[in-house]
Design a protein around this ligand. Sequence first.
Ligand code: AMP
Ligand code: ZN
Length: 117
Amino acid sequence: MAGEPQADCLFCKIVAGEVPATVVRETETTVAFRDINPQAPTHVLVIPKLHHPDAAALAAAAPEVAADVLREAGRVAEGEGAESYRVVFNTGSGAGQTVFHAHAHVLAGRGLQWPPG
Ligand code: AMP
Ligand code: ZN
């Protein structure tokens, strides 16, 4: 069922504490942890504790939690001392999504090109 933990989902396992992660922030509805393969000096993932396959599905099913993810992305950047940062939601394998549990990438600490690749 939408929102329920998925047994085969890596990020549900991080939420459950079954897979370790370097957690930088946690709220009732979200967890933020460092990306295992960082693409910038700051590279933190913010995920909802609820399982939804991508950001749009999360926003449709639980808009208040989608707002929590965005708010937490800003707080992560603030905590890292980043005035400028990028929040990315890769959606679909063609856009580089590899984990189908909604997540925001928070990237900062180096020049960020526009347009992105
Ligand atoms: P995406 O490719 O947009 O789906 O993002 C998934 C991200 O999860 C990638 O940047 C991976 O480096 C990251 N990732 C995969 N496994 C882990 C893990 N165990 N802990 C932290 N980050 C991970
Ligand atoms: Zn999940």
